[in-house]
Design a protein around this ligand. Structure first.
Ligand code: HEM
Length: 476
């Protein structure tokens, strides 16, 4: 409860005087254009509070009140056009480099980046992209990751699940996801040092999308402080790695960090320490909260829906029984987890871990008859299609069969985005989620200890008590 208060309290305490700004709001040239319908909310705060309390409700209400294709709002201190429905998603995904450009909210930059660093350095750069696609996330590497993921998942089960009759899934999912990401990204770093990164890291991800009021008791202040500690530690790690790499050649690089240290851009220049640090932190942030939220939501559905759990158990037991007890999972095993993957996808539909993403308008354009001025921001969000009955009939029903055959219509199911900036970690996340699902389901039946536990929205959908589950080990 305390956490919820520190997440939203600043809004209630902000003086009413802010409201006066609205009375003296200027008539800008934008106001004379045919702008999308909607409201800009309170001055300075915009509609942040309503959005952060429930992005799903926020989008649904505005689509029905203003327009099902597009509406305007103010979020993160910026005027924003929210594109809705499959057509809106398609438009934004297809015009990435034409009308739109990278944008990162100032409040998030303050948490995640070094002061005075260029906004563009927050973007996943071409060097990083190339390392991701040709190395860490290339199909050959992904195949090799499966046994490594399984080994870590088994160890995690032995240490954190097996000794307990009740476990809190969210903190354990975060632990597993963080350890795994660090193993792949920073494998050569002393595990104790990696552990030192995890506390400030959690403060960052817990508070970076909270109401951006920088006061001592706010989640946002904790996120800023966490960001500073995390960058200091990561800079030390990067410097040490640079020294270690002197005299080595590229063939001897083992993990993502070493590759970043050795990588040269098109002009043959090495990246600066700050750039490497920003990109590595960006990678960890992008993979951490999303995947642990997805894993938690999967476990929630498995505990809640016995008929779904039983089908998953059947599929996973068949795989377990086809192998020796110490034989680790392989890529071929993952390919057999078809029903389980549909369960994951249905979970990502109902509780998308990422709300969507922002861009800035580089050139004024028209969409659905409305003008979108240069400098405005755009938002696409999974909530405009995932729970829309026109895209998914009976949208609240958990039904993995929606993904059988040709599956959902294009641009309706978008948990990983689309277009040139689509999540590059999609396949990695699929492996990680299926491996963990296998390890949990083949050991335990799950029961929720708080059947009506509420979900709130932080940077991702979050069960308020961390999803405590009672574990019932299978009889041997
Ligand atoms: C269930 C888990 C995940 C979900 C739902 C998810 C979702 C997303 C979404 C919606 C975006 C934004 C796309 C856009 O800006 O239009 C994104 C970007 C990104 N994701 Fe993921 N992600 C997940 C896991 C991962 C993992 C495991 C990694 C790394 C191994 C990763 C790395 C990235 C990176 C680097 C970007 C930025 C891409 C760019 O800006 O070009 N993600 N992700």
């Amino acid at each position: 409860m305390e956490a919820i208060v520190s997440y939203h309290l600043p809004l209630f305490l902000l003086p009413l005087s802010l409201y006066l700004f609205s009375i003296i709001r200027r008539n800008t040239s934008d106001d004379r254009k045919n702008l999308p319908p909607g409201s800009q909310g309170w001055p300075v705060l915009g509609e942040n509070l309503k959005f952060s309390l429930s992005p799903e409700k926020f989008v649904k209400e505005r689509m029905s009140k203003h327009c099902p294709d597009i509406f305007q709002t103010t979020l993160m201190g910026a005027k924003m056009a929210t594109f809705c429905g499959p057509k809106g998603n398609k438009f934004l995904f297809s015009n990435e480099n034409k009308f739109l450009t990278f944008w990162f909210p100032q409040s998030m930059r303050k948490v995640l980046s070094f002061p005075r660093i260029a906004e563009s350095s927050m973007k996943v750069g071409s060097t990083t992209k190339s390392i991701l696609h040709h190395d860490l996330l290339a199909p050959a590497s992904l195949k090799k990751h499966v046994p490594a993921m399984d080994a870590l998942a088994r160890e995690h089960m032995e240490r954190h699940w097996k000794p307990n009759s009740v476990v809190k899934v969210l903190p354990l999912s975060k632990k597993y996801t963080f350890e795994l990401a660090c193993k792949l990204v920073l494998s050569e770093v002393d595990p104790l040092r990696v552990k030192r990164l995890s506390d400030p890291f959690t403060a960052v991800t817990d508070g970076m999308l909270s109401v951006p009021v920088d006061l001592p008791w706010t989640a946002y202040r904790r996120a800023i402080r966490g960001g500073e500690v995390m960058r200091e530690e990561m800079m030390r790690i990067v410097r040490e790695r640079k020294e270690k790499m002197v005299g080595r050649n590229e063939g001897e690089t083992s993990d993502f960090l070493s590759k970043m240290v050795m990588a040269r851009d098109e002009d043959g220049k090495l990246m600066s320490e700050k750039e490497i640090c920003t990109q590595v932190i960006g990678m960890l942030v992008a993979s951490y909260d999303t995947t642990s939220s997805a894993l938690t939501s999967v476990m929630n559905h498995l505990a809640q829906l016995p008929h779904i759990y039983n089908e998953v158990l059947k599929e996973q037991m068949a795989i377990a029984e086809s192998k020796g007890p110490s034989e680790l999972l392989t890529w071929d095993d993952i390919e057999k987890m078809k029903y389980s993957w549909n369960v994951v996808r249905e979970t990502l539909r109902l509780t998308p871990p990422s709300l969507g993403s922002f861009r800035e308008v580089a050139t004024e354009f028209t969409y659905a008859g409305f003008t979108i001025p240069k400098g405005w921001k755009t938002l696409w969000t999974a909530y405009s299609t995932h729970k829309n009955p026109e895209c998914f009939p009976d949208p609240e029903r958990f039904d993995p069969s929606r993904f059988e055959g040709t599956g959902p219509a294009p641009y309706t199911f978008v948990p990983f985005g689309g277009g040139p900036r689509m999540c590059p970690g999609k396949e990695y996340a699929r492996l990680e989620l299926l491996v963990m699902m296998h390890n949990v389901v083949t050991r335990f039946k799950l029961e929720k200890t708080i059947p009506s536990e509420m979900m709130v929205y932080r940077a991702t959908p979050t069960p308020v008590y961390g999803l405590p589950l009672r574990l019932h080990p299978h009889q041997k």
